[in-house]
Design a binder for this molecule. Structure first.
Ligand SMILES: O=c1ccn([C@@H]2O[C@H](COP(=O)(O)O)[C@@H](O)[C@H]2O)c(=O)[nH]1
Length: 245
């Protein structure tokens, strides 16, 4: 089911898919975007595209009707992070994120920076443990908890600071929905359709498994953008989930 947000040209989609638009070429990115329907997904702009093309690429996507998740994973002192999050809100993004490991004062400052935006504020979420990390990566950092246990610790901190949700692995979704409640959004990268390469991701799930586990939004990058026909691949993923236009 889809509906058009009457206060703007933005389209609200029922699809949980957020395509990670990790392109190093603006024309290639927009060629893909121009072949898809904003009723079929939201789009994520990350560090690569934002560094190459700046805020204009976000506006270009919004003008085409897409909700944009600005995935810059801010991690800095509270004052700097708060101003960066407010700048993202000025840009009108749908969702923005920080690193939970920046701590409670940083996350609280980020949340408070969005208060003046009222209902127009983007969703504010925090990254727990990157989906590319496994236990040995945490051990290298002196963290002896399992990725799921450490992620839950960071997710609880995030929730206590009043943020809207977390980035985590879909493998943690059942547990986090049970422990943190259904209203706390779970945004899960590391999604790999059956048969696609894991690449640098470690804590992965298929789109169907992630949906069954209760994730709110699933981020999918290379399995879509590096496929021979990205628009068709997106359509097939939505069909497998029973979602989309
Ligand atoms: O824990 C995290 C947080 C962010 N990401 C980002 O999601 C996409 C995933 O892309 P794939 O090509 O599907 O692996 C990418 O932009 C990451 O920066 C993440 O993977 N894990």
């Amino acid at each position: 089911m889809t509906s058009v947000n009457s206060s703007s040209s933005r389209v609200v989609t029922a699809s949980p898919v957020v395509v990670a638009l990790d392109y190093n070429n603006r024309d290639s990115a927009l060629a893909f975007v121009d072949r898809i329907d904003p009723r079929d997904c939201r789009l994520k702009v990350g560090k690569e595209m934002f560094t190459l093309f700046g805020p204009q690429i976000v506006r270009d996507l919004q003008q085409r009707g897409f909700d944009v998740f600005l995935d810059l994973k801010f991690h800095d002192i509270p004052n700097t992070t708060a101003h960066a999050v407010a700048a993202a809100a000025e840009l009108g993004v749908w969702m923005v994120n920080v690193h939970a490991s920046g701590g409670a004062r940083m996350m609280t400052a980020a949340r408070e920076a969005l208060l003046p935006f009222g209902k127009e504020a983007p969703l504010l979420i925090a990254v727990t443990v990157l989906t590319s990390m496994e236990a040995s990566d945490l051990a290298d950092l002196g963290i002896t908890l399992s990725p799921a246990d450490h992620a839950e610790r960071l997710a609880r901190l995030t929730q206590n600071c009043g943020l809207d949700g977390v980035v985590c692995s879909a493998q943690e979704a059942v547990r986090f929905k049970r422990e943190l409640g259904h209203g706390f959004r779970l945004v899960t990268p590391g999604i790999r359709p059956q048969g696609s390469e894991a690449g640098d991701q470690r804590r992965i799930m298929t789109p169907q498994e992630a949906l069954s586990a209760g994730v709110d939004y699933m981020v999918i990058g290379r399995p879509v953008t590096q496929s021979a026909d990205p628009a068709q691949t997106l359509k097939a993923i939505n069909a497998s989930l029973g979602k989309g236009a």
